[in-house]
Design a protein around this ligand. Sequence first.
Ligand code: GRF
Length: 204
Amino acid sequence: MSETVLGILASGRGSNMQVILDNINAGQLHATIGIVISDHANAKVLELAAAAGIPAVCIERKNFGSKQEFEAAIASEIVNHEVQLVVLAGFMRILSRYFIGLFPGRIMNIHPSLLPAFPGLNAHDQAITYGAKISGCTIHFVDEGVDTGPIIMQSAVEVLADDTPDSLSARIIKVEHALYSKAIGLYCEKRLCITGRNVKIIEG
Ligand code: GRF
């Protein structure tokens, strides 16, 4: 079976991208990273990709007259690199209906809470402020809302009484790292079946 080509969109640190790459290199995830795209020139994810010899580009919103032109530039990199699955890994922009329509059922995101609780920015802070005892992470397909698309996998993490956003984030990110490659692997094996809001995982 040929390997699924991933296109990773990330705005910052890139730890999820690095773990996906490590799992590919370890033979645990049968995929290749065709391109890494960041909207920030100084994002660490670009350094990590360059160090690994992966094609990486910076596409900044400020260089385009409209959001659609900006997204069209991203889409063209994705198409040119024959990407099959777009993986959002800390990409801090809301994608438009136009962009999502170009890749239906082919964009995944990871969010550091148990959706539908605490969508959007500052999910760890939201969970602590709300007084939640459990949070975690969610991997979902992307639709036109903010963190609203069909849920693929979730994993729970306890919120401790003395947690700060940083301490909770440090525990949730470990779970994110373990889960994202699993979800991507299921996609690569064509084992994710979307029906409306429901994602069924087909037995392997
Ligand atoms: C992760 O917490 C992810 O859930 C959120 O952004 C963060 C990205 O972290 N969407 P990293 O850049 O992968 O280290």
